[in-house]
Design a protein around this ligand. Structure first.
Ligand code: AMP
Length: 306
């Protein structure tokens, strides 16, 4: 199977308590693809400016990722900068410059239109809907968003949700979207507006999957060194959707395992700046970390124990 991913292809400047990285490759599509390409084949659609070091994405090409849908046009690339404090779960966005993204009109090449899975990375919901109009009935349609669009393009986002099967957001975003502090209620609010499944990421505290009548929790992988949390959410989405596409199923067993793949890939993303760590991984590394989650979470119930 394969996934079509549309999202930002960005240059990021990031400051954490452990160091700084200036104008490194990032963006929702890049982090997603760096994770998902370890599990399945991926095609990317996006736009970059003349300033983008496309050779930094060679590791994706080497994994068979089709980047022919990433256009390079005149103007500056999408630029984002952020700063993390000691609580790495909280970040301040210092700057967002849309650059060539301001005029981006996603054009899905004919060869990508029949895709079985679609990931709508974090971009303007109007563009996300435009992409949906150009593909023919993928069985998995997953979508991400962020506060920037929840505040600025709420109506377009709500219209999009009606057409999406899986929404993947973080806890702060879903609270803001549903205007509801309780995550269970917020997830139900979203489900009433379209998505059958809602994944809520909670940074180092793991993630929760809300299905129509059951839920599942996966912890964050306990890391001693978290270097740069940027992209963890997109890498989670890459592991999650990447596994589902690979399995070709949305059975509860596969959805649960997909959550573990998501958490494993998210945890690798934060070990270095940019996609440095994701670029050096192979499928065996991912399998090893996924297997460790068994020991982290498995237990037996003995009724007589209490
Ligand atoms: P995450 O840490 O997973 O939420 O994603 C961080 C990535 O999102 C960074 O690499 C940014 O370039 C990208 N990003 C930040 N703001 C936006 C935005 N408004 N639209 C699209 N991508 C963004």
């Amino acid at each position: 199977m394969s996934i079509l991913c549309v999202g930002s292809v960005a240059l990021d400047s990031v400051e954490t308590p452990f160091g700084k990285a200036e104008r490194v490759v990032g963006g929702s599509a890049v982090y997603f693809t760096a994770a998902a390409s370890l599990l399945t084949s991926v095609q990317v659609v996006g736009v970059v400016g003349e300033d983008y070091p496309l050779e930094r994405l060679d590791f994706l090409r080497a994994r068979g990722v089709d980047l022919s849908g990433v256009e390079q046009v005149t103007g500056p690339s999408f630029f984002w900068s952020g700063r993390y404090r000691y609580d790495l779960n909280a970040r301040d966005t210092l700057d967002t410059q849309l650059g060539v993204f301001a005029d981006f009109q996603p054009r899905i090449p004919d060869a990508f239109r029949e895709t079985p899975s679609l990931f709508l990375g974090n971009i303007d919901p109007v563009l996300q809907a435009d992409v949906l109009d150009q593909v023919s009935a993928p069985s998995i349609v997953a979508c991400d968003t962020m506060n920037y669009w929840i505040e600025g393009s709420r109506d377009a986002l709500l219209a999009l949700l009606a057409r999406v099967r899986i929404l993947i957001v973080n806890d702060e975003e879903i609270r803001q979207l549903a205007d509801e502090p309780n995550l269970l209620k917020a997830a139900r609010w979203v489900q009433e507006r379209g998505p059958e499944y809602v994944v809520v990421k909670k940074g180092e505290h793991g993630a929760i999957l809300f299905a129509p009548d059951w839920l599942f929790f996966v912890p964050g992988y306990p890391l001693e060194e978290v270097f740069d949390p940027t992209g963890a959410g997109d890498a989670f989405a890459g592991g999650f959707v990447g596994y589902l596409d690979h399995a070709g199923s949305l059975e509860p067993h596969d959805l649960r395992l997909a959550m573990v793949y998501g958490s494993a890939l998210g945890s690798y993303a934060v070990e270095r700046f940019s996609v440095e760590r994701l670029a050096t991984l192979d499928a065996a590394d991912v399998r090893r970390r996924v297997a460790e989650f068994r020991d982290l979470t498995a237990f037996e119930t003995r009724v007589e124990a209490v």
